[in-house]
Design a protein around this ligand. Structure first.
Ligand SMILES: [Zn+2]
Length: 392
C-alpha cells in the first residue's frame, strides 16, 4: 500500500505472517502439537515451593513458551523434546502427525511436505526426521503394551503337542503372531553392475553389493513381528542369523506366545514352546505338481499376517524411492508407530508411559545438563540408527 492507501506498489509485500497458508487450519494443527507436547513431554516447575507443578499457563502470542501458573516461571515448550530448537511454526509438526495418521498405509514423503507446507526440501526432510524421532521415542511403549497383553493372554497356554493336529479352531479368537523377514531395495544385478552374486544366495546376500564392488550394504533387511489385526514391529537387521533375530524376538514377545513362522527359524524350537512353522517348499505327493497345495498354510499354521504387513510396507516404501540402510530403522519406526497408533490410539501410551515410567531417556528429562538433553536428541535423531556391515 502506498501512502495514499489505495495504490498497491510492487514488489508487493505481504502483510501476512511467514508460512501463512489459507488452505490449512493452522490453529487446529497448533493445538495438536501443543497436545502432543503436554501429553508426552510435560514440563515441571523447578521451584521448590511449587512442588513439581506441571507448567500449563499459555502465552497467547508465543505458542512455543509455557509458564508456571503459580510462580510465573517461564520456559520453552520445545526444549528437550523432539522439537528442540525447532525453527518452523509449531503447527507444522501437528500437520505431519495428522497427515501421517490419515494417509496410512501411504507414507508422507519429504517432497510432499515441502510442497504442501511451502518450505524447502531440506527443511521438510528435517521436519520428517523430527517426526521419526518422536515415533522412535514412543514406539517402545507400544512394544511394552503388546508384550504385557500377550503375556497376560497366554500365561499357561500350550498348543497340542501333536504337530499334525489342526489348530485353526484353537487359535481362532486369539492373537495370531507371525514372524518373517523381507528385503527392501535389494541390490539387484544392475546395482552390482552386471556381476552375479555367485558366492552367496538368499535374502541376506541380496542387500549387499557384489564383493568386487566392496560388498557394501545397500538394501534393507527387515524383520517383521506382526499380530493379526493388531500391532506390528519392524526391525532393520544385517543378516538372518539366530544371534541377530533371536534377541529381537525375545524382546518383543514373551516365550509363551504361540508363534508362527516359515522354515527359517529352526532355532526357536526349545525357547518358544508354542512355535510352529509352515514349509513353503513342501513337495507335492502327486507327481503332476512340484509343490504341495498346503505349502502356504497347513493345519492352521501360516505366516500370512507377517507377509501381509510386509506387502503393505513394500508398497508404502516404494514412494520413498530409496532410503539408505543407515536410516532404515528411523523410517521403519515411523511406519510401525503410525500403524500401532491406528490400532491402539495415542491416549493409551500417555497412560502407559506414566504407569511404567518408560521414558527414562533424554527426552523426558527436564534437566539442562549437557550431554543429557539436547545433545542426546541430536545424536539419537541425526545419526544412523542401523549399523551397516560388510557381508559377513
Ligand atoms: Zn512455579
Amino acid at each position: 500500500m502506498s501512502k495514499n492507501g489505495n495504490i498497491t506498489t510492487f514488489p508487493f509485500k505481504s502483510p501476512l505472517p511467514k508460512h501463512y497458508n489459507p488452505a490449512l487450519n493452522t490453529p487446529y494443527f497448533t493445538h495438536i502439537t501443543k497436545k502432543i507436547l503436554t501429553d508426552f513431554y510435560p514440563k515441571k516447575c523447578p521451584s521448590p515451593e511449587c512442588n513439581s507443578r506441571i507448567l500449563d499457563k499459555e502465552i497467547s502470542t508465543r505458542p512455543d513458551l509455557i509458564r508456571c501458573p503459580q510462580c510465573r516461571y517461564l520456559t520453552s515448550r520445545l526444549s528437550h523434546t523432539p522439537l528442540h530448537h525447532f525453527k518452523l511454526p509449531i503447527w507444522m509438526f501437528g500437520y505431519v502427525l495428522y497427515e501421517s495418521l490419515i494417509q496410512y498405509p501411504k507414507v508422507v514423503t519429504a517432497t510432499e511436505l515441502s510442497k504442501k507446507l511451502r518450505i524447502g526440501y531440506n527443511a521438510a526432510s528435517l521436519l520428517k526426521r523430527r517426526f521419526q524421532l518422536f515415533a522412535s521415542d514412543q514406539l517402545p511403549k507400544y512394544k511394552q503394551l503388546t508384550y504385557n497383553a500377550l503375556e497376560n493372554k497366554f500365561k499357561d497356554f500350550l498348543l497340542p503337542p501333536n504337530e499334525n493336529r489342526d489348530i485353526t479352531k484353537i487359535m481362532a479368537k486369539k492373537p495370531y503372531t507371525c514372524v518373517d523377514t523381507a528385503v527392501l531395495y535389494s541390490a539387484g544385478e544392475r546395482a552390482s553392475q552386471g556381476r552375479k552374486r555367485y558366492r552367496h544366495s538368499g535374502a541376506t546376500s541380496s542387500i549387499y553389493l557384489s564383493e568386487k564392488l566392496g560388498g557394501r550394504q545397500v538394501g534393507t533387511l527387515v524383520q517383521t513381528i506382526a499380530i493379526k489385526q493388531g500391532p506390528v514391529f519392524f526391525t532393520s537387521v544385517s543378516n538372518q542369523k539366530a544371534d541377530t533375530l533371536g534377541p529381537i524376538i525375545k524382546d518383543h514377545l514373551p516365550t509363551c506366545t504361540p508363534l508362527f513362522t516359515d522354515q527359517g527359524y529352526p532355532w526357536l524350537w526349545g525357547i518358544y514352546k508354542n512355535h510352529r512353522s509352515v514349509n513353503h517348499s513342501a513337495r507335492s505327493k502327486d507327481n503332476r505338481y512340484r509343490f504341495a497345495r498346503n505349502r502356504w498354510s497347513k493345519n492352521g499354521v501360516h505366516n500370512q499376517v507377517a507377509e501381509g504387513n510386509q506387502r503393505v510396507l513394500k508398497t508404502a516404501f516404494a514412494s520413498y524411492g530409496y532410503i539408505k540402510p543407515e536410516y532404515s530403522q528411523l523410517y521403519l519406526n515411523e511406519f510401525s508407530f503410525i500403524k500401532n497408533a491406528n490400532v491402539f490410539g495415542l491416549d493409551i501410551i500417555v497412560e502407559e508411559g506414566e504407569r511404567f515410567c518408560l521414558s527414562k531417556d533424554a527426552f523426558s528429562s527436564n534437566e539442562k545438563t549437557p550431554g543429557n538433553g539436547a545433545v542426546a536428541i541430536r545424536r539419537k535423531g541425526l545419526l544412523p540408527q542401523h549399523i551397516v556391515q560388510k557381508f559377513p
